[in-house]
Structure formats: structure tokens, C-alpha cells
Write a protein that binds this ligand. Structure first.
Ligand SMILES: N[C@@H](CCC(=O)N[C@@H](CS)C(=O)NCC(=O)O)C(=O)O
Length: 212
């Protein structure tokens, strides 16, 4: 595992082209928290080493280490970082409806976005043997629902950005790499622009591999 920056209290184990990793990397930057990025080589199976499985039983990135705390699952990590480091409470509000809305978006990020926009990109860029047509159909349903919801508000919670937006951002922005155009979705594109304009924003790089 290769560390790519100087030693820091928070360590993020991940992959630069992983949207699940990028969500966490993005939120750490939005919070202004210094961290060390440790690259995990999935191609060589480093994620199945005993050392990595001890941190991440499913062999998945991202993993966050913060002192004695070791966490997997990008949504869980976002909740942890917001709860621990955002004193304003704005990234993960306690208001019942707002909290439920954030949870709904986190669930979509772990469910429909993973099985749709993430999956089409895995097929086109990384040659994963997943059912592309099914993933594309899920993607179109996700995009239609988000387009409708974002036609009425700036962010998932209205005027206030939250971890809901962070969780959804990476794979929606990169869904064209999976062969699905964002041209028909002006409200989603405006939302992507708003998230991209946040202080501290960092982009996930475009893949060097052309989408087939
Ligand atoms: N539910 C997990 C999913 C993470 C995930 O799917 N990670 C992928 C990379 S994007 C992974 O590590 N896959 C392992 C592999 O390809 O062997 C999360 O939200 O963090």
C-alpha cells in the first residue's frame, strides 16, 4: 500500500478512480481535515491481503483510520466524519425530516447508485462482468428521480448542502464514463456545478481509459 502524502492523523485507504473512495476524500477536503491517502492496489489483490482484510472484512475500499477508529463503508465514514468533526451540524442535521432525507440519499448511494451509475462505469471502464443493460436501466431511473427532486431545490436538503450530496456526487458526475449522457438532466448538471463550487472541492479524475 503506497502512501501518497505526508503522515497525518487520519488515513484514507482507497483508489483514486473509486467513487466510493472519492466521496470520503471529497468530504475530508470540504471539512478541511488533513489526511494521508494510502493507495490500495486492487488489481494485484492487495485488498485481499490479511493485513487489509483485518481492517475491511469484505476487502473493499475505502477504509478510514482515525487513531484507534477503523471504519469501512463510505456512507458510514461520512456519518462518522460529520458527527465527529462538523461542529456546525449542517452536514448531518438532527432535524427528523432532514435526517431522514440524508439517510434516504445515503441508502440510494449504497443501493441504486451503486447498482446503476457505479455499475455501468465498472463495465465500460474496468471490464467487470456485470449486466450492463440492467445497470443502465437502473441508472436512467436514478437520474430521472434525481432530476425531478433537484428541480425543486439546490441540494438534497434544499438550500443547505449535506453529506447526502457528497455521497451521491461522485458516481453521478462520472456516469458518462459508463456510457450514459447527462445532457438530458439540466437540474442534475446544475447541482453538480453547485457541489463543484464548494470551498475545498476536489474532483475525481477522469479515467485515462476511454469509455467503450
Ligand atoms: N458499500 C461500500 C462499497 C465499496 C466498494 O464497492 N468498493 C469497491 C471499489 S469502488 C471495492 O473495494 N471493490 C473491491 C474489489 O473490486 O475487489 C462503500 O460504500 O464503501
Amino acid at each position: 500500500m503506497n502512501a501518497q502524502s505526508s503522515s497525518s492523523a487520519i488515513q484514507l485507504y482507497g483508489v483514486v478512480l473509486s467513487g466510493h473512495t472519492h466521496r470520503v476524500q471529497l468530504f475530508l477536503n470540504l471539512l478541511g481535515l488533513p489526511f494521508e491517502f494510502i493507495n490500495v492496489n486492487l488489481a494485484s489483490g492487495e485488498n485481499h491481503s490479511a493485513a487489509f482484510l483485518a481492517m475491511s472484512p469484505f476487502g473493499e475500499v475505502p477504509v478510514l483510520r482515525d487513531g484507534d477508529v477503523v471504519l469501512t463503508d463510505s456512507s458510514a465514514i461520512l456519518v462518522y466524519l460529520a458527527s465527529r468533526y462538523d461542529r456546525s451540524g449542517r452536514w448531518l442535521p438532527r432535524d427528523p425530516v432532514a435526517a431522514a432525507t440524508v439517510q434516504r440519499w445515503l441508502s440510494n448511494a449504497s443501493g441504486k447508485i451503486a447498482y446503476g451509475p457505479c455499475a455501468v462505469r465498472l463495465v465500460k471502464l474496468f471490464g467487470k462482468s456485470l449486466d450492463y443493460d440492467t445497470a443502465a436501466a437502473i441508472s436512467l431511473r436514478v437520474l430521472a428521480a434525481m432530476e425531478l427532486e433537484l428541480s425543486e431545490k439546490k441540494f438534497a436538503l434544499g438550500d443547505q448542502v449535506s453529506i447526502a450530496d457528497v455521497a451521491a456526487f461522485s458516481y453521478i458526475e462520472h456516469v458518462p464514463e459508463g456510457g450514459i449522457s447527462l445532457a438530458p438532466y439540466p437540474h442534475i448538471r446544475a447541482w453538480l456545478d453547485r457541489v463543484s463550487a464548494l470551498p475545498g472541492f476536489v474532483a475525481m479524475p477522469a479515467s485515462a481509459r476511454p469509455a467503450a
